[in-house]
Ligand binder design. Structure first.
Ligand code: NAG
Length: 475
């Protein structure tokens, strides 16, 4: 009965159509009202939520001649002492429900963006500005652990991940997260994200159900304690990397991403030539195969930081976008660019982009980049400390507590000349929409010195991976 009521209440909250008499069986409504009245009369009886919107809707939608109106009216009478008693409660519940109905896309983007940027900046120091990472999937893995975390560790995780306190809002974040990567023949994100428990660990049912439903993280078992060498080989295979695995805990978080995407507009594949590549002081430090395209696209210059950014649409209709940024002079502007974006939302950077008056010359190295690392150290720098060492922190995840030894990530991306076939019609400008046409002084973008790149989902502007290229002598 309660379940049925919940369904009806939900249908009512969602359904804005006027024909309520037809959707709500009168008997059910009568029974609901009488239960409600009981609850109002006898404070001991549990209250059925959400009553205020329900009653008000029923009241406003009932036919004036409906006999049910008489039942509803006394409950809504403003001077009813009963109503006054329960008002604060009603108000609280209503606020809660209204809050749960608000769109969370901006909040989600902000949370993911700040986490990504903090991780990116921390990683830059460790990897000498030459790496690629997907903070997005680390965010999802840690969110899954946060759901099974104990109070203090949970506070730490929620803070660093930008997750709201309210459960219903977090669920919205997860739904958005799971909607960002839509595989196709044009773009694919092959991810392997999981937590590997030692075979002696029992995964708790509630958390198991959560990860199964949310799909934030997969879980499997391996003989971490009994046969560490075998477990290590299993994990290396799972993420396609030979790196050493942090097997000191009861579990390990693993994560891999293989990105393949074709551009919306193909580079000139016939004329990829070896060209010099410079470091931030302007010294030649190697050569790279450089691929070129002439394209009318959006470009931004940030004079204060002597940096510029170009937008390259990816996939069919530019459903993803790669933003590439570099300094205009040899002055280490790339770092400054990262700092500029610090605290700013990527959409604000995107607002600076303006369509070039005509085609501009764009050159970027044809590269495959891969980075293997254990994110634990940088995550600790960001404030995530308890989950690795405090058994209380992950006790709702498993018995004994999960205590992951680390979080290893392997990301591999390729930037190649290929575009979608057939190519889009000439002059079709795709990708991020809504910018005004504006004059741009400079007419080319030649990435022959350190540059950074970010792949975003074009519709929502969420960051899926980011990297920095500075050394042609490294893989
Ligand atoms: C650039 O390369 C030169 C020669 O290898 C080196 O002396 C210089 O320190 C490098 N500058 C930067 C910013 O890495």
């Amino acid at each position: 009965m309660k379940l049925l009521l919940a369904v009806v209440v939900l249908a009512l909250t969602l359904n804005e159509g006027p024909n309520i008499d037809a959707t709500l069986p009168p008997l059910l409504l009568a029974s609901l009202l009488s239960q409600q009245r009981q609850a109002l009369l006898h404070p001991g009886i549990p209250f059925l939520h959400p009553i205020p919107p329900l009653l008000q809707q029923v009241h406003s939608l009932l036919h004036p001649a409906s006999p049910l109106l008489q039942q509803v009216q006394p409950l809504l009478h403003p001077v009813s002492p009963l109503l006054q008693q329960v008002q604060p409660l009603l108000y609280q519940e209503q606020t809660h429900l209204l809050n749960c109905q608000t769109d969370q896309s901006v909040q989600f983007r902000k949370a993911l963006y700040e986490f990504s940027l903090n991780l990116y900046n921390a990683l830059s120091d460790h990897e000498n500005d030459h790496f690629v990472t997907s903070p997005f999937s680390i965010w999802m893995s840690l969110a899954a652990l946060a759901e099974g975390a104990e109070s203090e560790a949970q506070v730490q995780l929620f803070k660093v991940l930008g997750l709201p306190q309210q459960n219903c809002l977090r669920q919205k974040f997860y739904t958005i997260a799971m909607s960002l990567e839509i595989p196709g023949t044009d773009v694919s994100f092959i991810r392997n994200r999981g937590i590997i428990f030692d075979e002696g660990v029992h995964v708790k049912k509630q958390w198991r159900n959560f990860v199964k439903t949310s799909k934030l993280l997969e879980y499997v078992s391996a003989p971490i304690k009994d046969k560490p060498r075998l477990a290590e080989i299993m994990l290396q295979k799972a993420i396609g990397s030979k790196m050493l695995m942090p097997l000191q805990g009861n579990s390990v978080l693993i994560d891999s991403l293989t990105y393949r995407g074709v551009w919306t507009n193909s580079f000139d594949a016939e004329h990829v030539a070896m060209e010099p590549f410079y470091n931030d002081s302007g010294e030649q430090i190697g050569i790279v195969p450089m691929m070129r395209i002439r394209l009318r696209t959006r470009i931004a210059e940030i004079p204060l930081f002597k940096a510029k950014i170009v937008e390259l649409p990816v996939g069919n209709d530019g459903r993803y976008t790669m933003l590439i940024g570099m300094g205009m002079e040899h002055n280490g502007a790339m770092r400054k660019l990262a700092n500029l974006q610090h605290g700013a939302i990527i959409s604000e950077v995107i607002k600076l982009l303006h369509l070039s008056p005509g085609p501009i010359e764009i050159a970027i190295p044809k590269i495959t980049m891969s980075t293997d690392y254990n994110a634990r150290v940088v995550l600790e720098q960001l404030g995530i400390r308890d989950i690795w060492t405090d058994p209380a922190a992950t006790k709702h995840v498993s018995r004994p507590a999960a205590l992951p030894g680390g979080l290893v990530q392997h990301v591999i991306i390729s930037l190649t000349p290929e575009g979608i076939t057939p190519p889009p019609p000439d002059n079709a400008v795709v990708g991020l929409l809504g910018n005004i046409v504006n004059e741009v002084g400079d007419d080319n973008f030649i990435a022959n010195k350190p540059f950074m790149y970010v792949l975003i989902e074009s519709r929502t502007h969420n960051v899926l991976f980011a990297g920095s290229y500075s050394d042609p002598n490294r893989a």
